[in-house]
Design a protein around this ligand. Structure first.
Ligand code: NAD
Ligand code: ZN
Length: 256
């Protein structure tokens, strides 16, 4: 399931453990790689959804989604079968719950839309879901929102592209698609998290999706330590305090 290499460098592991244990506060940025061991594929890893099918990127682009009813019908069918609604947290998510219980978690910013950090037990008020959540629907016209199960029930009942019951507008999942702006308040929390905590721990993210990858740059400019845990190299590896390559579900329990 994991894209990770099987050998984890013990020296890097020990260095990461030391940096984190010496910190009084830790901010965390997670990406799709923390959830691959829960059975949810990432986008850009070797088995990523887009690596295997570049067309799939269209379903995550707001212009295509709004312009093409077929893109929406496909998206609803894929949501019906999505692993995101049945997946369970793994040891990587659970290690971040332990970090919060130790009182040292400043903020957990996630690019993931699977909700697994909160399901694992991190408090919703410590978690910033910077790209939104698949667990709710929203209307692009009137802004109405509700539980995703409601919309999926309508698809199952035979409506392949269910419109908003209030304004007849287009419904989507409450995620930030490509072409949409992030929520300003969430971005500000991410920036504060990168500036204030002693350490920024980036986990399972290719650090190529902006503006959120800039958290690493901001932390470095603020003189903070940066620990990167990822299966593949990232553009920030040469500047990080410590890089541990391998699977997040193995590494996080060992370093936290
Ligand atoms: P990405 O696909 O760009 O990168 C994921 C990274 O995780 C890759 O570099 C890969 O090598 C690494 N990785 C894979 N398995 C790993 C493991 N077991 N341990 C450690 N690292 C592992 O993902 P991204 O940078 O998070 O950005 C893609 C966007 O796609 C996100 O913004 C998110 O909104 C969305 N997305 C979310 C989910 C989810 O919610 N689970 C899944 C796919 C995509
Ligand atoms: Zn509406």
């Amino acid at each position: 399931m994991s894209d990770a290499a099987d050998e984890i460098d013990p020296q890097a592991l020990e260095a990461a453990r030391r940096v984190i244990h010496e910190a009084s506060s830790v901010s965390v940025l997670t990406g799709a790689g923390i959830s691959t061991d829960s059975g949810i594929p990432d986008f850009r890893g070797p088995n990523g959804v887009w690596t295997r099918n570049p067309e799939a990127e269209k379903r995550s682009t707001i212009q295509h989604y709004l312009a093409d009813p077929q893109v929406r019908r496909d998206a609803w069918q894929i949501r019906l079968d999505s692993d995101m609604f049945t997946a369970s947290p793994n040891d990587g998510h659970r290690a971040l719950v332990d970090l919060e219980r130790s009182g040292r978690l400043h903020t957990l910013v996630t690019q993931n839309i699977d909700g697994l950090h909160v399901i694992a037990g991190n408090s919703p008020d410590r978690v910033v879901e910077i790209h939104g959540t698949v667990h709710r629907w929203e209307c692009v016209d009137c802004g109405a929102r509700g539980p995703m199960g409601e919309a999926l029930d309508r698809v199952r009942a035979g409506d392949p592209d269910p419109p908003c019951l209030i304004c007849d507008g287009i419904l989507k999942s409450a995620t930030i698609m490509f072409g949409q702006s992030l929520v300003t308040a969430d971005l500000m929390r991410a920036e504060i998290a990168a500036t204030e905590a002693d350490v920024l721990l980036a986990v399972g993210t290719s650090l190529t999706v902006y503006p959120i990858a800039a958290m690493v740059q901001i932390a470095l400019e603020s003189g903070r330590s940066v620990v990167i845990v990822n299966a593949q190299s990232t553009p920030f590896d040469s500047q990080a305090t410590v890089v541990v390559q391998g699977s997040a579900s193995e590494i996080l329990p060992a370093i936290l």
